[in-house]
Each structure stands twice: as C-alpha cells, then as structure tokens.
Write a protein that binds this ligand. Structure first.
Ligand SMILES: Cc1cc2nc3c(=O)[nH]c(=O)nc-3n(C[C@H](O)[C@H](O)[C@H](O)COP(=O)(O)O)c2cc1C
Length: 386
C-alpha cells in the first residue's frame, strides 16, 4: 500500500486532524448548519445503498479511469472547492494542486481560496477547475471569469447553493473574520497547536486573495463577508451570461430540485455536481445520494452527473456510480488529510481512495469503473440489466 497504514481510512485522518488543528480551524472544516443533521444524513444515506457482488470473474486488472468533458482522469475522484484552505493548513491549496496534478484528478479551486488562482493554474495545468461564487456586481463577475480563462482553467463550476452566507454557530462562536484577525481566543488556540502556528507564521496570515481587490468592507465575519460579495440567488439571466462568457465545460454545483436541473440544461450547462455543500447550508436538504437516485433519464442523459457531500470511502464512489454519477468529489476528506499529516496528507487521501476504489471494484466483480451500473444495486430487479 502506498500510504501510511497508521491512518488507513479518512476517519483515522479526521481523528488526528482534530488533535493537531486549533479548534477554530477544525470547527471551520467540520461545521454543518443548525443541528448538523443534514451532514450526518449524507453519510447515513451512503450506508443505505447496498450493492450485490458478482464473483466467478477474473478481476486481476482494474481500470479506474474516467473521461470528463473530453479529458481523461486517472480516478473517478476529485477535490471539492474549499474556501480559506490555507487557514486550515498553511500551504494546503498549493499542496492539493500539486497532488491532484500528479494523481491526474480534478482539483476545484474555490473563489474564496487563499492562493491566487493564477498560481494554482500553473501548479495543476491539466486538472484545475475553477469554482465561481457569482459576484453580485456583473462587472466583477466578468473580470473574474476573464482572469480564470486567461489562467487556463479547464472547467468552470458555478456554485448556486449559497443565496446567503450560512449562519453556522461554531464559526460564529469562534469569531472568524477576514482579513484573518488575531482575537485572544484564536491566539490562545493557535499557541496550543505549535505545528500549525509555526507553519502559519512562515506562510503569513491567510486572506481571500482572488477577491480582495474587489472588497469594499473590511473586517466582516465569514457569513457577512460572503453575503456582501455574492449574488443573493442566481437568476437564470446571469447563468446565461456566464454560459456566453465561458466556452469551456460549464458545471453547476448545489442543485437538488428537478426543475432546477431542467433549467440548467436549457441554459446550456454541461454537468452538475449534486451537492448540498456538505450539509453546511440547509439542514433539511436531502442527502445527495438520494437526490442522485431520483434524477430521471431526461436529466441524467443530458448532464454529466457528479456528486459530493459525505463521500468518505472508495465504496461511496462506487455506490454513486451505480446510481448514475460519473465521478465523486470530497471537500473535508482532503482537509482531514492535511490537518493530520500536513502537506503530504493530500497524497495520503488520494492513495486511500485509489486503494478502496480498486479493491471495491474487485470485490464487486467489475473490471472497470465505467462498467459499474445500476445492475449492481441490491434492489435492482433480476435478471440484471447489462
Ligand atoms: C470548510 C469548507 C469550505 C467550503 N468552501 C466552499 C467554497 O468555497 N465553494 C464551494 O462551492 N463549496 C465549498 N464548500 C463545500 C464543498 O465544496 C463540498 O460541497 C463539501 O465539502 C462536500 O462535502 P464533504 O466535505 O462532506 O466531502 C466548503 C466545504 C467546507 C467543508
């Protein structure tokens, strides 16, 4: 195995990250909204998808490759966009970009990243996708999209599920503000985690570098900062404008309602990441694997479907495949890896998933990720569709 077997699963990395990170940084990753029931539901719903193994087959060679929007990736796994990455672990975004490029998996950089988008595009030229939080001001939006284009990003992911900055109580209690300010609570928590504090001193205080130039109000809490910059609900005319400006693959992230998928198709969107933001926006939202299961063929035939929110094992990715996803993404898993092991945590997470995807396919009796389909669902009717 090409990873540190003291931490063989994402859950092991999470436990170590909790110890190594200051509480405000761990809470920032871990927060869901309200009672955090949606976050738990995402996990539970994956457990509820049962697959029937098929034996009596040669599974010595396994093909994990996927083709997304005309580009081949080595695994059906990608890194979801996570804002403020370098606050969680200094240098995390650059390390993730390098690890994704090496592993040939998509890395989605957040609008609210703390590394300039131009730098990330250079580190991950073949695999970098850009996630757009749509700015309220159309001129700022146009400017941002043209920077993303110039930098060479391969796909644009428009996130639509934050019509307003979320009220996450853990974040509020910790008093996180941007630019990052050293409140006594944050100083105290940092000093009691010297590895993190030392790295942060070396890297400098994190800030939202991609949007700092457009900022008018300094010193806002996270939820208020997001509300102040982004559009309060994305009207379809704006989505059409984005389609006109961006001629590469256009992906929408965060939809869960049938009519929204239909509208996205009508606007010329190419793909969708079925997501509920990892349970961070609406505690009542359905688990994403349940939404995926419900999408009818008029959606799945016309959009490249992908999923995130609660993906923690290779088997979750295989479950998603059986329900129609071409690839699955995770946000927190990668940051548990960083929190646990520093920058080498990115490779550890990729290798854990690679191992679990490969063994999972062998166990299921499927020689390629592409081959896996709804016929493997335990509740599929017999004889299996092929
Ligand atoms: C700390 C944190 C920050 C996030 N920031 C963003 C962001 O900037 N843009 C975005 O589209 N989604 C953001 N998300 C949502 C992720 O892209 C993704 O949908 C979610 O993390 C997937 O769930 P998982 O963490 O359970 O794998 C964030 C999630 C977390 C945990």
């Amino acid at each position: 195995m090409k990873y540190d077997t003291r931490y063989p699963g994402i859950a092991d990395l999470k436990r170590r990250a909790k110890r190594r990170l200051p509480n405000f940084a761990f809470d920032y990753i871990e927060s869901g909204i309200d009672d955090e029931a949606g976050k738990r539901r995402n996990r539970q719903a994956f457990h509820n998808v049962h697959l029937t193994p098929r034996y009596l087959r040669d599974v010595s060679t396994i093909d994990t490759r996927v083709s997304l929007f005309g580009t081949e990736y080595a695994l059906p796994l990608g890194v979801s966009p996570v804002g403020l990455g370098n606050m969680i672990w200094p240098g995390a975004e650059a390390a993730l970009a390098v690890a994704a490029q090496r592993a040939r998996i998509p890395y989605v950089l957040s609008t609210f990243s703390t590394t300039p988008l131009e730098t990330v595009a250079q580190l991950a030229p073949d695999v970098c996708w850009f996630q757009l939080y749509v700015p309220r001001d159309p001129e700022i939006m146009d400017d941002l999209i043209s920077r993303v284009k110039r930098a060479g990003f391969r796909a644009l992911v428009v996130t639509v599920d934050i019509p307003v900055g979320a009220k996450r109580n853990r974040e509020l209690k910790n008093g996180l503000k941007l630019p990052f300010s050293l409140t006594p609570r944050i100083v105290w928590q940092s000093l009691s985690h010297p590895a993190w504090a030392l790295q942060t001193l070396t890297h400098g205080a994190p800030d939202f570098v991609n949007v700092a130039r457009y900022r008018t109000d300094a010193n806002l809490g996270l939820a208020d900062f997001i509300s102040s910059v982004t559009i309060r609900g994305l009207p379809l005319e704006r989505l059409k404008r984005i389609r006109d400006l961006w001629d590469g693959p256009l992906i929408i992230k965060g939809l869960q309602a049938y009519e929204n998928f239909r509208a996205a198709i009508d606007c010329g969107v190419d793909g969708a990441i079925v997501s509920n933001h990892g349970g961070r926006q609406l505690d009542a939202a359905p688990a994403t694997i349940d939404t995926l299961r419900q999408l009818p063929a008029d959606i799945s035939d016309r959009l490249t479907l992908m999923i995130d929110s609660g993906v923690r094992t290779g088997l979750d990715i295989l479950r998603s495949r059986a329900l129609g996803a071409q690839a699955a993404f995770s946000g927190r898993s990668f940051f548990y890896g960083m929190g646990a092991l520093g920058r080498k945590g990115a490779d550890q997470v990729v290798e854990i998933f690679r191992d679990e995807i490969t063994r999972g396919l062998q166990q299921l009796g499927s020689t390629s990720f592409q081959e896996l389909n709804a016929g493997w669902l335990a509740d599929a009717s017999w004889p299996y569709p092929t």
